[in-house]
Write a new protein. Structure first.
Length: 426
């Protein structure tokens, strides 16, 4: 039994407390205290449901030099995540029931965050032949996606949406038109021209979102069950407007934004630092402001990290050759707690909801609220500020565009079904 005394509570229902939270048998037994073998003084701290990341690259199988389940899931619990969706663009891709089962079995043995593997939408992520949605769902796949690749064939995407809908699986898409993106390494515009770098235009994202929404419209018309399209790492104001229009029309679409697209802009690329190279690229301040508004008004349903670890040597190459991706599992919540909540007054209730109820609902999981009888998959957060120190990351990717930033809201205790999986209490 664990008792967290005098702690503030925050979830999608709001902020309240202080409360004395008694935890046992994997559940919240009481908010009014009780006898426990372990007692934590939660004064000055706040308790939230555990976070769920819809979009993380754990690189296993085949790319363990960059990350592996053990390091990625440890990074997750250190970031307050009790649940995580791993992307299937590995070597080989996760496109069979056997591969999904193997990942789940290994993750369960580690006893860290719970893994909900995504499986490839198409065989080998080649965009040609669909995978077996029903068998993948039975093996434990949480969604289907060719993330890491763009779905160029609209007919295959339509067929994938129709097949996935029969088994209640969302289809997630990396919405960029490859023929417009070409070799772009940063946002297309005057700054890219000034720096002499190839640009990736905003229209590449908007054009693909517009097409995918029309494909979704077709799938809805043709399906007896409701298809679900999820748009990953949305980065532009225009893309957001398209999703907003689709939601108003009643289309079953959801979307996510990432910590880097919410806190960084193309201006950072003046440094030519390849750590900042990401796909889709960092955009303008206008886009950042639109995304934040989209989080507030519900156009965006979740915050997902797109945690994308690479080796130090890869990220030390020049901007043209370095791989795309930023690691962020361990800093995502403190970063947005500080940059959005503390600095901009973004409601803490909504911020927590975007890490918890929002992503859980996309996967069809029940929400976790802080009430008696609820599952005790929880995170205890400390508002005390400290700097980001990548050398101390659990992830193998020990670099960060936020290195040295002073942030509050750090996870100091993470529980999965009442079991301590991370503890950093002073």
């Amino acid at each position: 039994m664990l008792l967290i005394k005098n702690v503030k509570l925050v979830d999608a229902l709001g902020e309240r407390g202080p409360a004395d939270v008694l935890i046992g048998e994997g559940k919240i037994l009481s908010l009014d205290g009780g006898e426990a073998e372990t007692v934590i003084d939660g004064t000055g701290l706040f308790l939230a449901p555990g976070f769920l990341d819809l979009h993380a690259h754990l690189r296993e199988p085949g790319q363990e030099v960059k990350e592996e389940l053990a390091t990625g899931l440890l990074a997750a619990v250190r970031g307050g995540y009790t649940d995580l969706v791993s992307m299937p663009n590995t070597t080989p891709p996760v496109d069979t029931p056997e591969a999904v089962r193997a990942l789940r079995k290994k993750a369960q043995a580690l006893g860290l965050a719970r893994l909900h593997p995504a499986a490839a939408l198409t065989q080998g992520q080649e965009g040609k032949a669909l995978t077996e949605a029903g068998l993948l769902k039975e093996a434990g796949a949480s969604l289907l996606t060719d993330d890491g690749h763009t779905n160029e064939d609209a007919g295959i995407l339509a067929a994938g949406l129709l097949q996935a809908s029969a088994f209640g699986l969302p289809v997630a898409v990396h919405a960029e038109d490859a023929s417009l993106r070409r070799g772009g390494v940063m946002n297309d515009g005057p700054l890219a021209d000034l720096l002499g770098l190839p640009g990736n235009p905003k229209e590449a994202e908007a054009a693909r979102i517009a097409r995918d929404l029309e494909v979704l419209r077709y799938a809805v018309r043709r399906s007896q069950k409701k298809p679900h399209l999820h748009i990953q790492h949305l980065s532009t104001k225009r893309g957001l407007e398209l999703v907003q229009e689709a939601k108003r029309a009643g289309l079953p679409v959801t979307a996510e934004a990432t910590p880097h697209h919410l806190t960084l802009t193309e201006e950072a690329l003046k440094s030519f630092d390849p750590i900042l190279k990401v796909a889709p690229p960092l955009r303008t301040q206008e886009d950042v402001e639109a995304l934040i508004e989209g989080l507030l008004d519900g156009t965006l349903d979740a915050i997902a990290t797109d945690h994308a670890p690479h080796t130090q040597a890869e990220k030390e190459m020049d901007l043209l050759r370095a791989p795309f991706g930023i690691p962020s599992l361990e800093v995502a919540f403190p970063l947005l707690y500080t940059e959005l909540h503390l600095k901009r007054g973004f409601p803490l209730k909504r911020l927590v909801e975007l890490f918890t109820d929002g992503p859980r609902s996309i996967l069809g999981l029940k929400p976790i609220h802080l009430e008696e009888g609820a599952e005790a998959s929880l995170v205890l957060l400390d508002p005390k500020e400290r700097p980001v120190e990548p050398r101390n990351f659990a992830s193998k990717a020990r670099f960060s565009p936020w290195a040295g930033w002073v942030l509050g809201g750090w996870p100091v205790l993470t529980l999965v079904e009442g079991q301590v999986v991370h503890q950093a209490l002073e």
